[in-house]
Design a protein around this ligand. Structure first.
Ligand code: SAM
Length: 291
């Protein structure tokens, strides 16, 4: 039975093992049964599902996942937590715990071992590596169905934002190219021990079968996006020109922007995902017309 969402049970386990929180691993453990249930509900886990949990901690959410899912892989970097997980997950035979850095694990082997069924990723993420973890998953060729994660509220906002807002950026565009994001809960600091400095949010990313925009060269599109937001204060034209990634001069780029109905002084943060795809396609077409 899942028992660790309760503060007293969590404290008892931590004391029993003399566990010391390691700040460098972003350890903020959940002690809120309602939030745990919200996360599991939002992830829509069934017995058919193969789930990957990143950073199980002492196994609080893992217990819930084991009860709902077909199979769970839990990837934990901190070796001090492994003996604790052996105790807290002892009653479940559908879980595999590995003591690894998730950024170095090849999850495709795990997916293959489960017939390449679409994986559901569920996690209360360590905040110091939220973006690399999410980008790594999105850009992998893993069969993914969804990613349901607790992140800093501000980061969840960034993933959902559109053009012209202060939180809109390269992360928003990448997330929205690969998935449909939806914030499903706002979580106060008091739901964790130790308490983090900021509020958190649970966001679910439903992975698209095919991207929502027609882009011939996504690699180029993301180079343009990175260049545009690296120099946020500059015009898009200067940002792209300074980055040295364009196979054309400024005049040719200006013509493309005007043909797209944009001003030459437009800023990168004003373009939608569809417009970045159009811009990238127009640059590819220009290259073809020159060769
Ligand atoms: N899931 C637990 C919970 O909700 O109570 C713990 C969440 S805590 C925010 C983040 C967890 O990720 C910690 O257990 C931490 O040790 C683990 N972690 C940090 N960096 C990691 C990495 N690179 N790979 C795997 N796990 C990591």
């Amino acid at each position: 039975m899942a028992t660790l969402g309760n503060r007293a049970h969590t404290n008892a386990i931590l004391e029993k093992y003399g566990f010391r929180f390691q700040k460098k691993y972003g350890q903020n453990f959940l002690i809120d049964e309602m939030i745990l249930e919200d996360i599991i509900d939002a992830a829509c886990i069934t017995k058919e599902d193969v789930v990957v949990e990143i950073g199980p901690g002492i196994g609080t959410m893992t217990q819930y996942l084991c009860e709902q899912a077909g199979h769970v892989l839990a990837v934990e970097i901190d070796s001090n937590l492994i003996p604790i997980l052996q105790e807290t997950l002892a009653e479940y035979d559908n879980v595999e715990v590995i003591n690894e850095d998730v950024l170095k694990v090849d999850l495709s082997e795990y997916a293959a071992a489960h017939g390449n069924r679409p994986l559901k990723v569920v996690a209360n993420l360590p905040y110091y590596i939220t973006t690399p973890i999410i980008m790594g998953l999105l850009e992998s060729n893993l069969p993914l169905a969804s990613i349901t994660v607790m992140v800093q509220k501000e980061v969840a906002d960034r993933m959902q934002e559109g053009p012209g807002t202060k939180d809109y950026g390269a992360l928003s565009l990448a997330v929205q190219y690969y998935s449909k994001p939806e914030i499903v809960a706002i979580v106060p600091k008091s739901s964790f021990i130790p308490q983090p400095k900021v509020d958190s949010a649970v966001i679910r990313l439903d992975i698209y079968d095919a991207p929502p925009v027609d882009c011939e060269n996504p690699k180029l599109m993301f180079q343009l996006i990175r260049a545009a937001f690296n120099q946020r204060r500059k015009t898009l034209m200067n940002g792209l020109n300074n980055a040295g990634i364009l196979p054309m001069n400024k005049e040719a780029l200006a013509k493309i922007l005007v043909d797209m109905g944009l001003s030459e002084s437009v800023r990168g943060e004003q373009l939608s995902l569809t417009q970045y795809a159009q811009l990238s396609n127009a640059i590819v077409a220009h290259g073809k017309s020159q060769s």
